[in-house]
Design a binder for this molecule. Sequence first.
Ligand code: GDP
Ligand code: MG
Length: 193
Amino acid sequence: MEKTLIVIKPDGVQRNLIGEIISRYERTGLKLVALKMMQADENLVEKHYTIDPDWKKNVGTKAIESYEKKGLQPPSNDPVEVGEDVLKRLKIYICAAPVVAMVWQGNEAVKLGRKICGSTESLSAEMGTIRGDYSLESYQLADGSERAIVNLVHASGSVEEADQEIALWFTENEILNYKLIRDTLLYDKNWTI
Ligand code: GDP
Ligand code: MG
């Protein structure tokens, strides 16, 4: 069964949205298999965002496209340069205060994790997603203040990324393997009440 890493970033904790964010994952039927509140350090953030060697380039490309779509000038036209700046800012953001790290497990957990979280820029994220509902953040607002996009939550982008991220944030024995009575209803071929 697929697993995904969800991290409530420092702004989610500071805004008292821990319960709200957890309940959005909980109500889908995903199973919470690991949970801890912790203080991240720069080393963890660096490792987390460099798991994918193309992350810097991809982040930069996404940011540049978003500026261009709005008819605006991006801070730089070099995607890698933009990505490097974002990583520096992410270290400050994610390490600023405690975070809540979780592993959620279930059918298509990674895809569902992203769907619930919404797209990177809160301003463009759909209503009904965590980022769309609880944040007004935009690329311009963040870049204008030279900080990372403050968007409440991290959700793994792919199954491979999720597996590596989970191994970074949790030890094997922090991830629990247990049954929920509900699982029969969600996954068993034959069930009766
Ligand atoms: P995510 O998977 O939706 O979280 O987005 P990415 O993996 O592309 O980027 C990781 C995080 O970096 C985002 O959640 C934001 O906090 C931040 N970020 C991404 N792109 C930018 C950007 O262009 N500018 C700034 N200031 N922050 C960014
Ligand atoms: Mg990502």
